[in-house]
Design a protein around this ligand. Sequence first.
Ligand SMILES: *[C@@H]1O[C@H](CO)[C@@H](O)[C@H](O)[C@H]1NC(C)=O
Ligand SMILES: *[C@@H]1O[C@H](CO)[C@@H](O)[C@H](O)[C@H]1NC(C)=O
Ligand SMILES: *[C@@H]1O[C@H](CO)[C@@H](O)[C@H](O)[C@H]1NC(C)=O
Ligand SMILES: *[C@@H]1O[C@H](CO)[C@@H](O)[C@H](O)[C@H]1NC(C)=O
Ligand SMILES: CC(=O)N[C@H]1CO[C@H](CO)[C@@H](O)[C@@H]1O
Length: 470
Amino acid sequence: MADFFASKSFTALSDLHPSMANLKVIGIVIGKTDVKGFPDRKNIGSERYTFSFTIRDSPNHFVNVTSWGNEDYIKSLSGSFRVGECVMIENPLIQRKEMEREEKFIPTTPSNCKLLLSENHSTVKVCSVYEVDNKLLSLIHLPVKESRDYYSLGDIVANGHSLDGRIINVLAAVRSVGEPKYFTTSDRRKGQRCEVRLYDETEALFPLACWDNESILLAQSWTPGETVIFAADVRISFDKFRNCMTATVISKSIITTNPDTPEANILLNFVRGNKEANVFDDEIGSHLKESINLNTIVEVYTVEQLKAKALKNERKADPLYGILYAYISMLNIDNETTNVVRNRCSGCGYIVNAASNTCTTCHRDSLGYKSNFSSFDMLIDVTDHTGTLPSCSLSGNVAEETLGCTVNEFLAMTDGQKTALKWQLLLERSKIYLKGSSPAALSISAEAADMESSRASPVFQDLRLRIRHY
Ligand SMILES: *[C@@H]1O[C@H](CO)[C@@H](O)[C@H](O)[C@H]1NC(C)=O
Ligand SMILES: *[C@@H]1O[C@H](CO)[C@@H](O)[C@H](O)[C@H]1NC(C)=O
Ligand SMILES: *[C@@H]1O[C@H](CO)[C@@H](O)[C@H](O)[C@H]1NC(C)=O
Ligand SMILES: *[C@@H]1O[C@H](CO)[C@@H](O)[C@H](O)[C@H]1NC(C)=O
Ligand SMILES: CC(=O)N[C@H]1CO[C@H](CO)[C@@H](O)[C@@H]1O
């Protein structure tokens, strides 16, 4: 490690000192806050923007980095990297940390310094995974607290009210990740919320609330029934409406996904054991179904209307939900040359790169890469009297539900059985619940020849079919 820093002339975070100048540091981003705007006192009427992140370059050293500036600079800087990526910072300003006051709000960092970025003097470069040492990348799986320093969910419930308001560490498995909800507060501020449900050997269900986009983004990468998290510095409270204890991610929290610790491995074995014994499978499934309540989707569209709406909505990030009465016009499940089942990474749920045998999303290198599981992942065409929606993604549980069989049952079928299954569904009038996640991708996806690129920009995903017999 020392050689690595010396050869690239990086200063190790452990060596930072407020009197230093012109330095260059590198680290993996282990925490990040949302961008916030504040009225500029020096410049009445305008706003200044800020966001912070925490970088780590060794098991024991990480620092908090804060950046201030105008809206464009801050938003583009914040948008340029995510938790889990490595950044190289040149010319940051080093400040002494005001211990007591600040650590109420920020991750408790071992160093007595913090870094400040200024648009004019500092530069931040996002490093490609190929440029950085594996040792640095593997730090993403190391909790920021001592691996045994956590409460089990059962401990929290048993302690009850005495933990209300306390900030503690939790090690638990992810049981479900809810759909993020977006809302506007009464004072017209935008807000968002996402509820994650946790479990462990001692407690079957425990809510964890995320109120900021960065933690929601992280939570969306977790796989229910597979991912274990070490959540450092989450706030525990008693929810009097639901009459239960809950945890909340706050600006001080740092969450480690799939921690590489003995305690986490024991929990992971428990999780896998339960999965094999099917103890939680049904419940996890039903929670996932709950995450989008189909009853709330009422808008009915034709294919033509959807295409028009998709184009009009081009710049909006909000997903589009709707019902379509149509039939499946292309369902290639009995063709050897078409991939219907793919391997997903157990760590983050994303597709594993079959050629390199690695998950490029979370682990990135074969050392950190743990395992994969099979999941349906197919593209189908949907047609009604007004036209065809090509390459809609049908995957995961929803695909199992639609085909009426599990991935393993499907893989055990003969070609003849697959063809029979296909004709049960093809050209049948169906009620289709759909989610258009990236309407702008409409034309791209129709042209995309190979599965990989069309997967990256699905037009309508989460299709749920209800076969109706007319
Ligand atoms: C940064 O540089 C620009 C142009 O050189 C200048 O207008 C601005 O005031 C500088 N900002 C700060 C915070 O020094
Ligand atoms: C969070 O994400 C939503 C939806 O993408 C967006 O409207 C909102 O402005 C974001 N909030 C922050 C603080 O970034
Ligand atoms: C299988 O798919 C390929 C490529 O899409 C196609 O050329 C071929 O005709 C298909 N075969 C069958 C039996 O459907
Ligand atoms: C997925 O896992 C299986 C066994 O668990 C292994 O044989 C296979 O090589 C893995 N595939 C990839 C692409 O990692
Ligand atoms: C994740 C992170 O780094 N957070 C904090 C860094 O420090 C600033 C203030 O100095 C806080 O606002 C951030 O929440």
